[in-house]
Design a protein around this ligand. Structure first.
Ligand SMILES: [Zn+2]
Length: 341
């Protein structure tokens, strides 16, 4: 195949991108300037380096448009605009801010779960400014960055500026509830602080489970929580939720149990790590001693360490503590979900 025309980036992951109408693998046409569906004959184009793979009728488009416009409003109001160099330093460069500090903490667990990244095919859903896709790409993953928002305000226009600065990834405008991704094509999916924004998070999870290879992993960090006490308002006061909602951003909160039910219904096997406690040993996935009841058995931590930790975890006090933190406290946690092999 010849190189695509100037301004159209070469596709890094031709085996991943699918027709949003029928989910068949798309084929490059016209020297790579178009993607065509061999089944339903639909054609898709790229503009400004972003492939538009939105379905013809996006469900709840008005909610998603309002969210996109809301980001512009809050970014302008709070002067949160970031240039490309700043984005490439995230999240570590902003660790003095509470939101990004949580992400730094969660990424320790995420990195341990996903390592080694070299050669893995990954999808960053609701990629926003693209910091995570760029971070994984820099470590050797072949990334697709997907968002509905194609603006420079927390959207793809910001993300595509990162390309060429030592990182490459495919940029796709798409709907996370209708993933334009070939079934069984991804080693991992990543999401940061996004699942709770979708009108239909169940559809997002169904799509993730379909798109992952058997045994593939979904890492989801910094979701929004309320506890079992019906105290959504109390949690909101910490998180600028009121301001965000007034701007049109679809901020929702769920309990740990509600997330667990959603993941399980999608067919994913999930465990929950408390980012502050489940510190990974370098080169190893985090130990699983403060996990949810939905934990994966046979976690590949060292056998001796696992035996020692399970002894500690079996004490009634630790049991009670872990249960308390998972279900009755709003703490920083990382969901790690696998598609059964
Ligand atoms: Zn098609």
């Amino acid at each position: 195949m010849s190189n695509p025309p100037a301004g159209v980036p070469a596709i890094l992951n031709p085996d991943v991108l699918a027709c949003p109408a029928c989910l068949c693998r798309l084929e490059p046409r016209r020297g790579g300037s178009q993607l065509a569906c061999p089944t339903c004959a639909a054609h898709y184009a790229s503009a400004a380096g972003i492939w538009n793979l939105l379905p013809r009728d996006t469900a709840d488009a008005e909610v998603k448009d309002r969210e996109r416009d809301g980001w512009r409003a809050v970014i302008e109001e709070n002067r949160w605009f970031m240039d490309a160099d700043t984005i490439l330093g995230l999240p570590e460069s902003h660790r003095d801010e509470p939101y990004w500090a949580k992400i730094v903490e969660a990424m320790e667990v995420a990195d341990a779960v996903l390592a080694p990244l070299k050669g893995k095919v990954g999808l960053d859903i609701a990629c926003g400014v693209g910091w995570a896709a760029a971070r994984f790409a820099r470590r050797g993953a072949r990334m697709v960055a997907l968002d509905y928002n194609d603006t420079i305000y927390n959207g793809l226009e910001a993300a595509v500026q990162l390309r060429g600065r030592g990182v490459e990834f495919d940029a796709v405008r798409g709907d996370g509830e209708s993933l334009p991704v070939v079934a069984d094509s991804l080693d991992f999916v990543f999401m940061c602080s996004a699942l709770h924004h979708f009108p239909r998070p169940d559809l997002v999870l169904d799509g993730i489970c379909r798109a992952l290879k058997p045994g593939g992993v979904f890492v989801d960090i910094c979701e929004s929580f309320r506890t079992g006490f019906g105290d959504a308002d109390r949690e909101e006061s910490h998180d600028r939720h009121v301001q965000f909602r007034e701007a049109g951003i679809n901020e929702r909160v769920f309990t740990q149990r509600e997330y667990e039910d959603m993941f399980c219904r999608a067919g994913l096997v999930m465990e929950t790590h408390l980012a502050r406690f489940d510190k990974p040993v370098p080169g190893r996935p985090p130990a699983d001693w403060i996990n949810s009841a939905a934990a994966v058995p046979g976690h590949p931590a060292g056998a001796l360490r696992r035996a020692a930790l399970s002894l500690v975890a079996s004490t009634p006090l630790v049991h009670a503590l872990r249960y308390w933190r998972l279900y009755f406290r709003v703490v920083n946690r990382v969901f790690v979900a696998r598609k059964p092999a």
